[in-house]
Write a protein that binds this ligand. Structure first.
Ligand SMILES: O=C(O)[C@@H](O)C(=O)CO
Ligand SMILES: [Mg+2]
Length: 265
C-alpha cells in the first residue's frame, strides 16, 4: 500500500499553518511535510504540538535555502557560505529532532560567477558528505532533489543522471534522491523507466501534474499508470503530494478514490 504525505506549504492553505495538520488528518493523511516551518511559525514547540494533537507525523522539510525571497535556492555550492551552511545544518537537525522529522532535503543553490565549477563541485560534495554524516548520526535521511531547468535555469542539479553522479561523488549511504515526478516530467520525461531503474536510490517521491503543478489527472502525466507501477514495485517509501489544488484541497483529492487508492496506513 502506498504511503502518501500532504505538503502543507501547497495544500490546506485554506486555513492558517498550524490548523493544516488537523485538516490533513481529517482528510485521511497520516504524514505531512512542508518546505520550512519558520516563515509560518517561529515556535517549533507549537508546530510539534499541532502535529501531535492532529495525529500526523512530520516527515520532511528543507535545510535553510539562503534568502528564498531574493531567489536563492540553497547555499551548499557556495564556498564563501560554508560556515553558514554548516551552522544552518546543525540548527535544522535540532529542529528536525524536536519535530520528530525523518528526512531533510538539501537545496543546493545557484553557482556564483566568481568561483570555478571545479571549486563549486568540490564545495558541494564536501558539504553533502558532512551533512549526510551529521544527519545519519541524528537518525535522519538526507535527500537532494533535481529541479527542472525551465523554472530553475542555472540550477546545478536538473535531472536524474546528474543526481546519480552526485550521489556517487559524495559516496555516503545516507544520501538519496528526492524524486519529484513534476520536476522530472519537465526536465527529462521517462518517468516509468527512471523509477524502475533507480528506485533503490530514490528515498522520497513528490508529485504534481503538469502543466500548472496541480493534482493528478489535471494534466499530461498518466498518474493512474504511475501509481500502478509504484504498487507493482512495492514502493514502500513516502510519496508526497506537492501540488497546488486547482480549487479546494478537499476537492483536489478525488483522484485517490478514482484510481482505487487510499491515503495510506
Ligand atoms: O519541488 C520543489 O519545489 C520542492 O520540493 C522544493 O523543496 C524546492 O526547493
Ligand atoms: Mg519537489
Amino acid at each position: 500500500m502506498l504511503k502518501f504525505a500532504a505538503n502543507l506549504t501547497f495544500m490546506f492553505t485554506e486555513v492558517p499553518f498550524l490548523e493544516r495538520f488537523a485538516m490533513a488528518r481529517e482528510a485521511g493523511f497520516r504524514y505531512v511535510e512542508f518546505h520550512n516551518p519558520y516563515p509560518f511559525c517561529e515556535d517549533i514547540g507549537a508546530v510539534r504540538a499541532a502535529a501531535d494533537a492532529a495525529g500526523v507525523r512530520i516527515v520532511h522539510f528543507n535545510l535553510p535555502g539562503g534568502d528564498w525571497d531574493a531567489g536563492e535556492r540553497g547555499i551548499a555550492v557556495l564556498p564563501d557560505r560554508q560556515d553558514e551552511f554548516r551552522r544552518g545544518l546543525a540548527q535544522t537537525i535540532t529542529t528536525a529532532q524536536r519535530l520528530g522529522c525523518l528526512q531533510l532535503n538539501c537545496p543546493l543553490g545557484y553557482p556564483d560567477a566568481k568561483t570555478s565549477p571545479a571549486v563549486q563541485h568540490q564545495t558541494l560534495v564536501g558539504n553533502l558528505r558532512h551533512a549526510a554524516q551529521a544527519t545519519q548520526d541524528a537518525g535522519i535521511l538526507l535527500l537532494v532533489e533535481p529541479l527542472n531547468p525551465i523554472t530553475h535555469p542555472g540550477y546545478p542539479l536538473v535531472n536524474t543522471s546528474q543526481a546519480l553522479a552526485l550521489l556517487d561523488a559524495v559516496a555516503h549511504a545516507n544520501l538519496m534522491i528526492q524524486h519529484d515526478f513534476y520536476q522530472m516530467q519537465r526536465s527529462e520525461g521517462e518517468l516509468t523507466e527512471t523509477l524502475r531503474r533507480h528506485q533503490d536510490r530514490i528515498g522520497f517521491i513528490q508529485l504534481a501534474d503538469n502543466p500548472g503543478r496541480h493534482e493528478p489527472g489535471s494534466g499530461e502525466i498518466n498518474y493512474r499508470h504511475l501509481f500502478a507501477e509504484l504498487q507493482r514495485l512495492a514502493f514502500d517509501k513516502l510519496v508526497s503530494l506537492e501540488y497546488s489544488p486547482r480549487t479546494s484541497t478537499l476537492d483536489s483529492l478525488g483522484w485517490v478514490e478514482e484510481y482505487g487508492l487510499t491515503l495510506g496506513p
